[in-house]
Design a protein around this ligand. Structure first.
Ligand code: SF4
Length: 97
């Protein structure tokens, strides 16, 4: 009777090992695919247009993209790479001159 259980137990352990091995891959690929941080955008009331003369391009938290007009990042929006230089949120603070 024990002999009958061994293969299924072995299979279970193999599947468990495979599942554990895939977790970091799924976590990394999920993070790489996330271009926006919707939770932070909502919490900080992010918008893709300026608020008066306040915009991401003049904010101290902005991380510029490849060109002055391309999307960049924000130091307080982890994982978000689609921040418009013309965007705005309530955490805006003027870049030091
Ligand atoms: S804190 Fe807000 S305004 Fe400043 S760069 Fe980030 S998203 Fe833009």
């Amino acid at each position: 009777m024990k002999e009958e259980l061994k293969p299924s137990r072995r299979q279970f352990l193999k599947m468990g090992g495979a599942a554990i091995a895939l977790i970091p891959v799924a976590a990394v690929s999920g993070k790489a695919m996330a271009a926006t941080n919707s939770a932070m955008r909502t919490a900080m009331k992010y918008q893709d247009k300026p608020s008066g003369d306040k915009q991401c391009g003049t904010c101290m938290h902005f991380v510029p993209g490849k060109t002055p007009t391309s999307a960049g990042g924000c130091k307080i929006f982890p994982g978000d790479t689609e921040i418009s230089p013309h965007g705005y949120c309530v955490a805006w603070i003027a870049k030091p001159k």
